[in-house]
Design a protein around this ligand. Structure first.
Ligand code: ADP
Ligand code: VHF
Length: 380
């Protein structure tokens, strides 16, 4: 038995498209019913459950006469728009068998990056919890664009697990765990425990299988596991068929053990799940200030700025050689910065007014990506 699972009071369970899609297109109703039974059993044992469910696009294919997941974003969004309602309808009916009410939560990237949105999402989950509702989360596919997309729900699930302060993340797929090579190849075997990067060195991580509805394959699941475990949340990766066993703490699938401690969700997002909209180049003194002293970035330490961004967007901080050293939420629009570069804060405040005293990136909105104690290698 797994003590990490048995002791978990709040659990985020993510189910992927490949587990929900039926062979002839659309959603596999029996599979949805079985997963809901497993989640209801976990609730009955006293755990709070948040479900992150993919499958909107898969559910929208048949009604639109489509045979496979469309490649273009507009048709994906149309399929998600048709399918999300159908998917929620299934969950509503299945949870109702257990006298449980579900609530749909559709999230965009901004909901976990922008501070005000982030607090909003946190409040929403809190109230749903108080009311005994089971949140069913998905990405808000119909409004997300290429630049602002999670794209796969694995990372979304890891960020939701962190947002709701979950004790456990369970990733359900069509494969019963992480294998040391592609599971379709002969001679590969299940990895039962991952305690850190060293345990992943010999593992060949591939893309999704032939079914064609899943998106990221194992790569995004391992990345999600890194995000969650790095924030102190254990992760069980197994198949939807084994959801019941996994939630009862039985030894199925792969357990990723926690490697780090909780940190602000926005910083996790910055480190692992987004790209900078622009680049700010730092002089050597500013590189040291940011990486060693964990200081805020001031205009005086900047030598150049590129890209198109507005205040609140993520930007990459690089050294003179172009190496990525940190990422942060910028306090100025791109067009404002060239006039400030290299100048002291006091001088700017005197010349332009007190509002120009603000940092370019505040230390609380900044995550260092190099050196000891950093948030890791950054996005995959
Ligand atoms: N090392 C590996 N271990 C397990 N599965 C792997 C591995 N490499 C690639 N895969 C593939 O990843 C698939 C799961 O990814 P995906 O279809 O995107 O799932 P989901 O829709 O559940 O998110 C598996 O079915 C398998 O074919
Ligand atoms: N938001 C999309 C999910 C994206 C996706 O396919 O994710 P996954 O199957 O979990 O890799 C949907 O509901 O179709």
């Amino acid at each position: 038995m797994r003590s990490e699972v048995l002791g978990a009071e709040r659990v985020v369970v993510k189910v992927g498209s490949s587990s929900l899609a039926s062979a002839d297109g659309g959603i596999d109703q029996a599979r949805v019913a079985a997963i809901v039974d497993d989640l209801a059993a976990a609730r009955a044992r006293g755990a709070e459950v948040v479900l992150v469910s993919s499958g909107a696009i898969a559910a929208g294919l048949t009604p639109l006469g489509l045979k496979r997941r469309p490649r273009d974003l507009a048709t994906q969004q149309a399929a998600a728009s048709v399918g999300q309602g159908l998917l929620m309808h299934r969950y509503t009916e299945e949870f109702a068998r257990h006298r449980l009410t579900v609530g749909q939560v559709l999230l965009t990237v901004d909901d976990v990056t922008r501070r005000s949105h982030h607090q909003n999402a946190y409040r929403t989950f809190g109230r749903l919890r108080e009311l005994g509702v089971v949140p069913v989360v998905n990405e808000n596919d119909t409004v997300a664009t290429t630049e602002i997309r999670f794209g796969d729900n694995d990372r979304l699930a890891a960020l939701v697990a962190h947002l709701v302060h979950a004790d456990l993340l369970v990733l359900l797929s069509d494969v019963d765990g992480l294998y040391d090579g592609h599971p379709r190849e002969a001679g590969t075997s299940l990895v039962t425990d991952v305690r850190g990067e060293a345990d992943l060195e010999a593992v060949r991580i591939g893309r999704a299988g032939a079914a064609g509805v899943g998106t990221g394959g194992m790569q995004t699941k391992v990345e999600a596991a890194r995000i969650a475990t790095g924030a102190g949340i254990p992760v069980v990766l197994t198949s939807a068929d084994q959801a019941g066993e996994a939630l009862r703490g039985e030894q199925v699938g792969t357990l990723f053990h926690p490697t780090g401690r909780r940190r602000p969700t926005r910083l996790l997002w910055l480190a692992h799940a987004t790209e900078g909209r622009g680049q700010v180049v730092l002089d050597d003194g500013a590189v040291r200030a940011v990486t060693e002293r964990r200081a805020s970035l001031l205009p005086a330490g900047i030598t150049a700025v590129t890209g198109t961004f507005t205040a609140g967007d993520p930007v990459d901080l690089t050294d003179q050689a172009g190496r990525l050293i940190a990422r942060g939420l910028v306090n100025y629009d791109a067009e404002e910065l060239p006039a400030l570069v290299g100048r002291s804060t006091r001088e700017l405040a005197r010349e332009l007014g007190a509002s120009y005293e603000r940092e370019v990136v505040h230390r609380d909105d900044l995550v260092v990506l190099t050196g000891p104690g950093s948030a890791g290698p950054g996005p995959a």
